[in-house]
Every structure is written in C-alpha cells, then in structure tokens.
Write a protein that binds this ligand. Sequence first.
Ligand code: NIG
Ligand code: FE
Length: 411
Amino acid sequence: MSSRSDGPLYDGLVLGATLATLDGDRGYGEIADAALAWRDGRLAYVGARSDLPGAPQDLAAKVVQAGGWITPGLVDCHTHLVFAGDRAREFELRLQGASYEDIARAGGGIVSSVRATREASGAELLRQSLPRARALLGDGATTLEIKSGYGLDLENERKMLRTARAIGRELGIHVRTTYLAAHALPPEYAGRSDDYIDAVCAWMPRLHEEGLIDAVDAFCEGIGFSPAQTRRVFETARALGLPVKLHADQLSDLGGGALAAAFDGLSADHVEHTSLDSVRAMAEHGTVAVLLPGAFHVLRETKLPPLDAFREHGVAMAVATDCNPGTSPLLSLRQAMQLACSHFRLTPEEALRGATVHAARALGCADRGVLRVGAQADFVQWDIGHPAELCYWLGGRLARRVYAAGVLVEG
Ligand code: NIG
Ligand code: FE
C-alpha cells in the first residue's frame, strides 16, 4: 500500500460477479456475488460483497456493477509473436505432404521468418506484431511472454526484444521477454553451429545490460541445437543470474525436460516426447511443463505429452499459444485452452490454471494468475455462466472487460 492517507480506500471496486480466484490447490476458488477491489495496481479486497468493510460508494473512487464471471488475467507464457511476414505458403506445402523438418532442412521454416524479420525496420516489425498482441489481449491475456529468435544476430535480436517491450508499453500490459537466439542456425553460420553458440553467449550479457532479457530459452532438437550446446547457453545465463526455459522434447526425446530441470529451469515447453526420468527431474526442481496444443494441432502430431505422469508426480502444467508463424499461428489463449482440453484431455479447470497461475509460475511471476489480496490487479470479466465455457466455445468473443494493474485496457 502507498502512503496515501486521504481519499477512498480503493481506486476501483467491481461488484456482483462470481469470482474464480484459483486461490488454493483445487477447484475454481469460486466466490458468488463477490466484490473485487484494488489500489495502486494491486488487489486490495477479494471476497463476498456482503463482507465489504463499508458502503461501496464510500470505499472506492470508481464502482462498477458486473455480472458473469471474473478470472485472473490470462497469462500467455510462450509466444513468438514478434515476427515479420507469415508462412501460409509453408502451411499449404505441409498439407501437400512436406514435413516441418523437411521444410526446415530445405531452408524454409524458421529461417524464412528470419529473412523477413531482418528486412523489417523496428517500426515495421511493431506495426505487424501489434495486432497479434492486441488479439491475445482482446481474449483476456494481460501478461505475454515474447521470445526473440527470428533475428539471430545481435542487431536483429535486439530489434525484436525492443519491439516486444514496445508492445507492452503500447497496450498497457505486462510483457516478459525471452532471449531465444539459440532457435535456429542462421545461414551465415552454416556448418558452424558451435561458433554460433559462442556468438549467442557473447550477445547475451550485452542485451541483458540493456534490460532486454527476462529469461533465456533454446530449441533443443535434432533440427535445433544439441543438449551440449543448450547447456553452454544455460551456463552463460546462470552466470548472469538469468532464469532459463527450454523448447524440450517436441519432436524427439533428447532429455530436454531433465536438462531444463538441472538448471532449475522455470519451464520445459512442448514436452510431447518427454521421458519419465525427465518428468521426475522436473517435479524435483519445480520446472513447469508448458503444453502447446496449437503446435500439436497444426503439425497434426499424435504423440501426447506424458500427462498422467505430470499429474502423478505433481508437475504443474501450463497452457500457452506458442503464437508463431510456422507451427502455431494461434491468436487466442482461450482457444489454446480449448485445444488442450480436446487434444490432451485436460479438464477445463486444469486448462484455466494452466493459462493463469501455472503460466505465471512458468514466467517466475508469483504475483499474478490468481485473485488474491496483494496480487497484480489483472483480471477479466467474462460473459459466461460457468468457467468451463472458456474452454467450450471455439472462437467468439467472451471477454467483456479486461483490466491490467487496475486499468481498463479492453472493453
Ligand atoms: O515453438 N520449435 C521451435 N519454435 C517454434 C516454431 C517456430 C517457427 O516455426 O517459426 C515452436 O513451435
Ligand atoms: Fe515455441
């Protein structure tokens, strides 16, 4: 709380909705006919309207009457939404039989987005990327993680990370940036992947000094980088005090889950091919499993992540869009939740936790993804009769009002 002593107790107060607080380990944390108040961007009252410590009009500068349900602001903890161009043509080729790996090996795939992203100015990159962030916000996402990884040189990685920060400022939402220079081998390093990893490690402290990196990621895969190379990137991150996460075990099992866990990684993402040993290591180190059903769906994958093992071992599961031009051109986290239910058989409650409180953990942000006094005042009022509807409708518009740090940013 600030030292403000005069004026009403709260900056704002919403009355009458049902809350899904997600506070506690089980259930939605439902509170009917609730009141939700905030001050200085943080939640200051979460509870029944009848327990409010006074008359609403005396308590808050602004009082809003609401119906429906209020959930925490959604947290999209894995996106690549800053890029130029698109890969719709590649999608067409894949439907004619080419695989994601075939296309990558033939110089398409990620590297074609690298070409377009390098050619775009910072202003152009922002112009193309902003509508994607806006779409995610419109469907309830108040925190977005955005990765670099289509620049693959110092100047263009910097351009991407700055663009990500600019999106946060422009929309008034929280953007967490992840340095993913170890995403693909740029053409100028062909045949010299170890040299490229040296460069990735050399750029990291410079971009970190500029305040552009919140976490570090790598693509550990046959068509990406080896576990040994990933380890070098992670050691550099650790020396700088930066947390790590990993594109792990998406197309094959390279022990990515265990590797992320060995560095106390925030998350291992994709995880379709993750082994039981990795699941155990993730449980031990509190590494979140980030499920990306959009990529699974678009690539028409069939290998399911080890969902029961995650549940049995108590590995928290998050759900994210993986919004990217190649494998997951997905512009709604709610749609990702829907896909997580239909493809991975998550319950709607697991999917909602996955897109809020568990996603916040995957970003190392303990202060959001839950409606609790002291948490960020990020929340969404939805026009729904039950939270399962968030995972039930395909498409459509359910978010009525979206607040970030107590400010109405949508609606
Ligand atoms: O998470 N797997 C690597 N990275 C992205 C795909 C990026 C791309 O194809 O442009 C992913 O699926
Ligand atoms: Fe990804």
